[in-house]
Design a protein around this ligand. Structure first.
Ligand code: 48F
Length: 250
């Protein structure tokens, strides 16, 4: 019995990992923007793998504001909450409150059910390049990174890479540091209204093959943070997917 359990886990995991060594889109980070992007891509039958360095998915969403697990949405994104089956309550004429655990659970479930494949405990430590294009991610186990072990990584090739790593825009930083193809302005201090307004405009392809979305997009372009309001995150993840869908159709 025990060896069968072991074989089933190893065999089924390796099969999926091998199947995902070449994907249309590699998303770095399973926070709200990365999961939304993955959901909308997978909904269009685009092959997408999401690599998340932590054990748990969700990024900054489950913690709500200061660990009060409530999050805020604007009315413009209620149609997305409804599509995902997330309940919400009206707070005032513009703002709505949702449960952060319900929201991240529903979003994760819907993304996975659309066939976005999530690999947790994988850190993206570098990118794959050809001439002046980003065309994949270099991965190692997070445990290897944390233990600072000298173990070589593996690679996944893709048509597009999405940096959805949040405030640190880790993937863009790698490209800036190693390749010098881009220049990051860095995140500004809190200004919720402005941050929510500019995040959509900031969600774009910043060099061939690399799209920034979510808080990584604001950090990239020197825009402010916004705290536990998530309308911008949702719209940004959706826009990143739309940019890629349009480009893949060309
Ligand atoms: O930080 P995170 O939630 O980013 P987001 O989707 O949403 C931001 C909000 O949570 C919040 C906010 C209010 O709206 O400002 O902060 O932009 O999720 C980023 C995910 O990326 C993972 C990280 O563990 C987190 O789950 N991540 C970061 N670096 C890497 C990574 C990496 N190098 N490889 C893989 N995953």
């Amino acid at each position: 019995m025990e060896q069968i359990i072991t074989q089933a886990i190893i065999e089924s995991y390796l099969k999926e990992l091998i199947e995902n060594t070449e994907v249309d889109v590699a998303i770095c980070g399973a926070g709200p923007s990365g999961l939304l992007c993955g959901y909308y891509l997978a909904k269009q039958n685009i092959k997408v793998a999401i690599f998340e360095k932590h054990l748990k998915v969700g990024g900054g969403m489950p913690g709500g504001g200061i660990m009060f697990n409530k999050i805020i949405f604007q009315k413009e994104v209620l149609y997305i909450l409804e599509e995902l089956g997330i309940s919400y309550k009206n707070y005032n004429e513009d703002l709505y409150v949702a449960d952060s655990i319900e929201t991240i659970s529903a979003l994760t479930y819907k993304a996975v059910k659309q066939n976005a494949k999530i690999f947790n405990l994988f850190s993206v430590e570098d990118v794959v390049i050809r001439e002046k294009r980003i065309c994949g991610v270099v991965l190692n186990w997070t445990a290897v990174e944390q233990a600072k072990l000298h173990v070589d990584p593996i690679s996944v090739v893709s048509k597009y890479v999405v940096d959805a790593t949040g405030h640190d825009c880790e993937i863009a930083r790698i490209v800036e540091r190693k390749l010098g193809w881009i220049s990051i302005k860095g995140e500004q201090s809190m200004w919720a209204q402005k941050a929510e307004k500019v995040i959509l405009e900031n969600t774009k392809e910043v060099c061939d093959g690399l799209i920034v979305c979510g808080m990584a997009a604001n950090a990239f372009f020197g825009s402010p943070r916004m705290g536990a309001i998530f309308g911008g995150m949702f719209m940004s993840g959706k826009k990143a997917a739309e940019i890629i869908i349009k480009n893949l159709e060309k």
